[in-house]
Design a protein. Sequence first.
Length: 260
Amino acid sequence: MIFKEGILEGKTALVTGGGTGIGQAISLALARAGCDVALASRDPAHLDETRALVETLGRRSIAMACDVRDAALVDALVARVAGEWNRLDVLVNNAAGNFLCPAEKLSPNGFRSVIEIDLVGTFQCSRAVFPLLSVRGGSIINITSTLDYQGVPMQVHAGSAKAGIDAMTRHLASEWGPRGIRVVAIAPGPVGDTEGMRRLGGGREAAIAESIPLRRLGRRDDIASMVVYLASDAGAWITGTSIVIDGGQRLKSSFLDVQA
Ligand code: COA
């Protein structure tokens, strides 16, 4: 964590998928920066450890089971944050679902499941927090991916969802900017020590790292640090854009990279 502790003192954040992986790193970075942090996950067992860590850092925490596909559960989550804290400054839409599957073998329901978690879930959470965020302004930070920039095989469901979130980021930034709400996306490349890498990396982490210009996988804190930056006044004039954090991995598509 490169930021001064307390840079977000007195603020509150809600992180979906906030108990594990990149979401956990984000939750803890926000807490270190001074935020009280509400955590949501489909599986409440994923939240206990992170909630305890947030409280160890001296911040308040709310942990609540919530499937972001269910609008009523999302509304109940946000109502609880409003009831207990009466303010919200930052929403991090981090919850996601993914698996590798060839497009021709992917069932319509499989495609729909990922679209509903990633894209519809991001909309439902953003919509639900609008009344709270618009009181004093705030930020929505969407965790997307570089998948859709590259057109990766076996990822049509996740890439389509993330492309939709990139578009939603621009639309909501434009519409809600006058209400003091910034909307920004962060697109991570391959990040180590995550469920996503375990699911998608197939044990090829070392080779993937070697293929990246900066010669390493991302760290969860690489993403969490950007969330803190964007949530703070340092990012006060950033909205409606997607910030790639990938060690330069997306650059490796030139024909000159092909070995003879
Ligand atoms: N390959 C192909 N299709 C798959 C699949 C896979 N590995 N995993 C699930 N599906 C399909 C199912 O077959 C089902 O379609 P069907 O009804 O036509 O058979 C559909 O997706 C829904 O599956 P289900 O297991 O009922 O969905 P769910 O809502 O319980 O789970 C997922 C959602 C599919 C995204 C699941 O992978 C998940 O829960 N992931 C959460 C964690 C995660 O993905 N983290 C990594 C982030 S990178």
